[in-house]
Design a protein around this ligand. Structure first.
Ligand SMILES: Nc1ncnc2c1ncn2[C@@H]1O[C@H](COP(=O)(O)OP(=O)(O)OP(=O)(O)O)[C@@H](O)[C@H]1O
Length: 335
C-alpha cells in the first residue's frame, strides 16, 4: 500500500501535566477528506498544531507526507497548508495582494504567483472580488480567501481548523462545496476539525471522534451510524415518571434500549414508524403522560453519546465563548 499522508503513533501533548492529547494513533491516506470531530476542548486543535509542527509533542511520533514532525519540520511545512480558526489575512490588503504576499513567502516567482493566484481565486469563486480590500469582505468570503491562501503553494495536505466556525448555515454549505472541490480537483488531502456533526457527516469520508484527548471511534460516517443501528425515538414525559413506567415502554417489541435523562426518554427502536403507536399505547396503559414524541435516524451525535455518555453540545460550554470571540474578530475586521 502507498505511504499514508499522515501516520501518528501515541501522539501526546501535556500542558502542565494535563493530557490535552493522550496517545493518539492515526493513519490518513493520500487524497482523503478526513475529519476530527469532537466538542470544544477535546484536543482537535492541539493534534493539528502538533502535525503542523507548531507544537512539539510531549510523547509519541508522527509523519506527515513521509516527513518526521520532530526531525524534518521544514519538509513537513513545505508539504502542508494550514488555515487556523483565527483570521490571519491582512485586512488592509486586497484578496489578490494577500495571496500574492503568501506566494512570495514561499519563494514563488512573479509569473508563477500570478497564475496560481488566478487559479485559487477561481476555485473559491472570488475572481470578481480579487481587488476588493479584505476589510470589505463578508465573513464567508474571508474564510474562502483563507482557504485559497492555504492552497497557494500547492500543498499536499491542507489542515483546516474549524473551517466554518461562526458562519451561518448557508455560508457553511458553500464552504463545504469549496472544500470538496479542492479535494477532488486539486487532489489535496484535507484534514479538518469540527464540532459540527452535520459537517463531519456531510463532508468527510472518514471521521475520528475525539473526546478528552483520545480517539473514541474512527470510521466512515455511515459505518459509525450503523453502530447505532436502530432509530432514535425521543419521548418527553412527565417529571414524575417511574422505573415501572420506563420498563413498560422499553418492553415493547422492537425497543432495543432505553435511556432516561430527567423528563426525556431516549429509545433505540428498530423500524420505529411501525412501533410508535404501540409505545404510546403501552405508556398510556402504564399511566405515563407523553408530552411530545420525535423520531430521527441515527446521527453522529448519537454515536458520540454512545461512546462518551454525553452530547457534543453539552460538552461545549467553552465553545460558545470561543465562537463569539471569532465572530467578534470577524466583525471588527469589517469596520
Ligand atoms: N497552550 C495551552 N496551555 C494549556 N492548556 C492548553 C493549551 N492549549 C490547549 N490547552 C487545553 O487543551 C485542551 C484541548 O484544547 P484544544 O484547543 O486542542 O481543543 P479543541 O478540541 O481544538 O477545541 P477548540 O476548537 O475550542 O480549540 C483544552 O482543555 C485546552 O484548554
Amino acid at each position: 500500500m502507498d505511504a499514508p499522508a499522515i501516520a501518528a503513533t501515541g501522539l501526546t501533548m501535556r500542558f502542565n501535566g494535563f493530557a490535552a492529547v493522550d496517545g493518539v494513533d492515526l493513519r490518513i491516506e493520500k487524497g482523503e477528506l478526513f475529519g476530527l470531530l469532537g466538542p470544544n476542548g477535546a484536543g482537535k486543535s492541539t493534534i493539528i498544531k502538533m502535525l503542523t509542527t507548531m507544537l512539539r509533542p510531549s510523547a509519541g511520533s508522527a509523519a506527515v507526507w513521509g516527513y518526521d514532525i520532530k526531525k524534518e519540520r521544514d519538509a513537513v511545512r513545505s508539504s502542508i497548508g494550514v488555515v487556523f480558526q483565527d483570521p490571519s489575512v491582512d485586512s488592509q490588503l486586497s484578496g489578490r495582494e494577500n495571496l500574492d504576499f503568501h506566494g512570495r513567502m514561499y519563494g514563488m516567482d512573479r509569473k508563477t504567483r500570478e497564475a496560481r493566484v488566478a487559479e485559487v481565486l477561481e476555485l473559491v469563486d472570488l475572481t470578481e472580488k480579487a481587488d476588493v480590500l479584505m476589510e470589505d469582505y463578508s465573513g464567508g468570503m474571508q474564510r474562502r480567501l483563507e482557504i485559497a491562501r492555504g492552497l497557494m503553494h500547492h500543498p499536499n495536505v491542507l489542515f483546516l481548523d474549524e473551517p466554518t466556525l461562526g458562519l451561518d448555515a448557508q455560508t457553511r454549505r458553500y464552504i463545504w462545496r469549496y472544500i470538496e472541490r479542492m479535494n477532488e480537483d486539486e487532489g489535496v488531502t484535507v484534514v479538518l476539525t469540527t464540532h459540527y456533526m452535520e459537517e463531519a457527516d456531510h463532508l468527510c469520508k472518514r471521521v475520528a471522534i475525539i473526546d478528552q484527548g483520545r480517539i473514541v471511534a474512527l470510521d466512515t460516517p455511515e459505518s459509525l451510524k450503523d453502530l447505532i443501528g436502530a432509530d432514535i425515538v425521543t419521548l418527553e414525559v412527565d417529571d414524575s415518571v417511574t422505573d415501572d413506567q420506563v420498563r413498560a415502554v422499553s418492553d415493547v417489541d422492537g425497543v432495543e434500549a432505553a435511556d432516561r435523562t430527567g423528563s426525556i426518554l431516549r429509545l433505540s427502536v428498530d423500524r420505529s414508524e411501525a412501533r410508535i403507536p404501540e409505545i404510546i399505547l403501552s405508556a398510556s396503559r402504564a399511566g405515563l403522560l407523553i408530552r411530545s414524541v420525535s423520531m430521527h435516524e441515527p446521527t453522529l451525535e448519537d454515536v458520540f453519546l454512545k461512546f462518551t455518555g454525553k452530547k457534543i453540545r453539552e460538552s461545549e460550554s467553552a465553545g460558545a465563548g470561543r465562537m463569539a470571540a471569532v465572530q467578534s474578530r470577524m466583525r471588527t475586521r469589517r469596520h
